[in-house]
Design a binder for this molecule. Structure first.
Ligand code: GDP
Length: 598
């Protein structure tokens, strides 16, 4: 009875296509899955619905029933397997041979809000994995004046709407078409499309009222049958291969794996090899567990042991030694002990293909699964951001030390996707001030890192400009020679710009006279003096009466490198007096060398 859904009139052995729902938070992923689940349970005859761990199977009969129309003989797929955990997190966890395990995706967009950050992120992931998808334009029932026809196909639902309502809907849909175009996709309302290989279908739905949901299911079945047939030829028999969706602690069972079995079959007692962050582990399936049908939940036990499952299927695997198993990696039946070595290498290469460990300057990347690591690394590479080291696992002290050792101040940082920071890493972070950008949204991680880079750049630029020696000039006041030499101390008026201690002074004929050692006003030392101020300065070098005289004008002798920055970068920001001093200063310099500072 377990396989009743598949046995019903299906001659072909196409496996059930796996569907993931993605989209921005609150746009209706969970509501849509609930609707589909509810429908599957409500419409299904007893025994037809196969309960899954982490997934809901909607047999073809249920889809047909819901749609009120029948597919022709050409439809051979047994139904659709929806992954229950929505979001790109589940999507990226499910990998098989470098691609995504999801055969199809539904990108759900709140039609009243349009594209949001996670919509864009989902789209970019779908694009990278080349996963076919449809857009569900959700919450159309929120349009003011909407008349609900519960669970109706879109055409039927549209018929009872006022002209105004259908116009608003059309406008919103066209806005979505425009957004999708911006990201490189041709799209249109699904019923206006003839070629689904070239145009992305937009299905207007309400996950709450169920309107348009029959159309969505129908489109998915059609897409699967037409474009995925070759990918679905994997058989439901033979040694099982699955992807680990989650590593979960269960009361009384210890560590278990929630697995989507996508090829072949598992038997209780099978020897399996399982991916970890280090050496793959070999263990024996102690129990295969399915959820208990709702009606039977009386005792504490939520799971029903089964002896056998076949693809595609969601199942909980209980086995010894699973603590180090890695979400996103593979579980595979070992039918012959001789295979262990080859399979082990194959599993290790899955992670090695995504891991990065270089000597180059770059960021440290940590992520929770192989798939999410791949997605984050992919997004960074697309932006030409360098990576020093990327691996699966929590942020450790060693990661912080590695980040701190990076010389480029803009790359000395850690990016984490959905990972913890270990306690000793926290200590090291406080010591080194290495910034950590972490989130469970790739977009947020990259955005906050890029904002930080921008801030750092501005700060460094500001520091650079602050270090530049700026123009300034003083006139030596009459009767204000306090000391002749070693150092000479004279009263001056700043006639333009700024003078600071440690800068050199130059005469109007271009001769250097010495360094300002100190500046005093009212017997107080100060670091600088600005235009208009009268101060006493001590100059190391000249003797009053020989190199300098009362009434002389002395310029800050700006070094050539600095003069170039002042003239090229700061000039528009200079005050009138500063600009005048600069021009006079450059004229003196260029009298001797016309190319000075150019
Ligand atoms: P998720 O974060 O994408 O899983 O979004 P949820 O499914 O949790 O939905 C977020 C909110 O939007 C909930 O309050 C839902 O009841 C509401 N919602 C979802 N779909 C619809 C819809 O089609 N129509 C209306 N009116 N509300 C919806």
């Amino acid at each position: 009875s377990k396989k009743a859904g598949k046995a019903k009139g299906k001659q072909s052995n196409l496996r059930t296509p796996i569907v993931v729902v993605m989209g921005h938070v609150d746009h209706g992923k969970t509501t849509l899955l609930d609707k589909i689940r509810g429908t599957a349970v409500a419409k299904g005859e007893a025994g037809l619905i196969t309960q899954h761990i982490g997934a809901t199977e909607v047999p073809l009969d249920v889809v047909q029933d819901f749609c009120g129309s029948h597919f022709g003989k050409e439809i051979e797929i047994p139904g659709l397997l929806f992954i229950d955990t929505p979001g790109h997190h589940a999507f990226t966890s499910m990998r098989s041979r470098g691609g995504s395990l999801a055969d199809l995706a539904v990108l759900i967009v709140d039609v009243n809000e349009g594209f949001q950050p996670q919509t864009i992120e989902s789209l970019s992931i779908l694009k990278r994995f080349k996963t076919p998808f449809v857009v569900a334009a959700n919450k159309m029932d929120r349009i003011g004046g909407w008349h609900t026809t519960t669970n109706a196909p879109f055409a039927k639902s549209l018929k009872v709407q006022s002209e105004r309502v259908s116009e608003i809907l059309d406008t919103r849909l066209y806005e979505l078409v425009g957004e999708l175009y911006k990201y490189g996709f041709d799209a249109d309302r699904y019923d206006r499309i003839t070629d689904f290989t070239r145009t992305v279908g937009i299905v207007p739905i309400s996950a709450i009222t169920g309107e348009g949901v029959p159309d969505l299911l129908m489109i998915l079945v059609g897409l699967a049958q037409r474009f995925l047939k070759d990918n679905l030829q994997l058989t439901a028999t033979g040694p099982g291969v699955g992807t680990i969706l989650e590593v979960k602690e269960e009361k009384g069972l210890g560590t278990t794996l929630d697995v989507i079995l996508y090829n072949g079959e598992f038997f209780a007692g099978d020897t399996v090899i399982v991916g970890t962050s280090r050496e793959p582990l070999v263990t024996k399936i102690r129990a295969l567990l399915k959820p208990k049908p709702l009606a039977e939940i009386r005792s504490e036990e939520r799971f029903l042991p089964v002896k056998h499952v076949s693809a595609a299927s969601g199942v909980k695997v209980s086995a010894p030694k699973l603590d180090n198993a890695l979400a996103g990696s593979t579980i595979r039946v070992v039918s012959n002990p001789d295979e262990v070595e080859a399979l082990s290498l194959e599993l290790k290469s899955e992670l090695d293909a995504v891991r990065i460990d270089t000597e180059n300057e770059g960021l440290i990347i940590k992520s929770d699964t192989i798939g999410s690591l791949e997605a984050l690394v992919g997004e960074l590479k697309a932006r030409d951001i360098h990576i020093h080291y990327a691996d699966v696992g929590p942020i450790s002290r060693r990661d912080v030390i590695r980040a701190a050792a990076i010389n480029d101040p803009l790359l000395s940082a850690i990016l984490g996707f959905n990972v913890d920071i270990l306690p000793d890493a926290l200590n090291e972070i406080q010591k080194t001030n290495v910034p950590v950008f972490s989130s469970d949204i790739i977009y947020t991680i990259i955005e906050s890192y890029e904002r930080w880079v921008e801030d750092q750049k501005n700060k460094m630029e500001q520091e650079r400009l602050e270090a530049v020696i700026r123009p300034g000039a003083v006139r030596i006041l009459p009767d204000c020679v306090f000391r002749q030499s070693k150092p000479a101390v004279v009263g001056v008026q700043v006639i333009g710009g700024i003078v600071r201690t440690q800068v050199n002074l130059m005469r109007e004929d271009g001769a250097n006279v010495g360094v300002i050692k100190g500046i005093q006003a009212h017997n107080e030392n100060q670091g600088s003096a600005t235009v208009g101020q009268e101060v006493a300065i001590s100059i190391d070098g000249p003797t009053v009466g020989r190199q300098i005289h009362e009434g002389d004008i002395l310029y800050v002798n700006i070094p050539e490198k600095h003069a170039r920055i002042v003239e090229l970068e700061l000039k528009p920001k200079l005050a009138e007096d500063e600009r005048e001093v600069l021009e006079n200063f450059l004229e003196i310099k260029r009298k001797k060398d016309p190319f000075w500072g150019r």
